[in-house]
Design a binder for this molecule. Structure first.
Ligand code: CA
Length: 229
């Protein structure tokens, strides 16, 4: 897995390069827009992390130049006060974005999600009963109503939905959504499930997120509590 980081702030670039290298990725860094564009077009990367504010050519210009030629997955880094940038980036063909300052684990989770998707194993949209999950725009709806989910809640929902109908243990959920050692964070999954359930199930009669005592959780649409399936 080869990743290109296009970032002019050397502190951030060094930190990301070190962290991602420790995670087993091969990482190259470009410090400005033109270099980033040159590397991106000249070489083949599995993923590009692209800052918006860059000297020489901004991230959007670099993204458009890349998209004109290739479909390498791109995660854009945007500043907190530039909400419009996220919309613009996604419209211009970015696969995802992160708002600075972001947690390193969140970045790793996004990279993993995108590279899994790139292998063609994941559909872009998953339906569970009347629940619709769009993995690209990271949005979800139930009964046609948009669900207001945090990034973590969405990641949790996506992890369950990708394996709908299967029981997923708390340990597996913790690994996929938090990338942490579950033993030291025993309540995190339970609390997150409770919050997610409050949003996706509590307002609705037909429940989709089920607790399997002692085993984990399963997201599925069941025909009725008398158990047709
Ligand atoms: Ca910058």
């Amino acid at each position: 897995m080869k990743i290109l980081i296009v970032e002019d702030e050397s502190k951030t670039a060094d930190y990301l390069q070190r962290g991602l290298t420790e995670q087993g990725y091969v990482v190259e860094v470009a410090n400005n827009g033109p270099d980033g564009q040159h590397y991106a077009l000249q070489y083949d990367y599995d993923l590009i992390i692209l800052d918006v504010m860059l000297p020489g050519a901004d991230g959007f210009a670099v993204l458009r130049a890349i998209r004109a030629v290739k479909q390498t997955p791109v995660i854009m880094l945007t500043a907190r006060d530039r909400v419009d940038d996220r919309v613009k980036g996604l419209r211009d063909g970015a696969d995802d974005y992160l708002v600075k300052p972001f947690s390193f684990l969140e970045l790793v989770a996004r990279i993993q999600a995108i590279t899994r998707r790139g292998r063609g194993q994941d559909p872009m949209q998953i339906n569970v009963g009347d629940l619709q999950i769009d993995l690209l725009s990271r949005r979800a709806w139930r009964d046609g109503r948009r669900l207001d989910l945090t990034a973590k809640e969405f990641a949790l929902l996506a992890a369950l939905a990708r394996r709908q109908g299967e029981i997923i243990s708390k340990t597996v959920i913790a690994e996929q959504v938090w990338d942490i050692n579950f033993e030291s964070n025993a309540n995190v999954v339970e609390v997150a499930i409770k919050r997610l359930r409050a949003k996706i199930d509590n307002p609705f009669k037909h429940k989709l997120l089920h607790t399997i005592r002692g085993m984990g959780y399963v997201l599925e649409s069941r025909d009725g509590e008398d158990g047709a399936t």
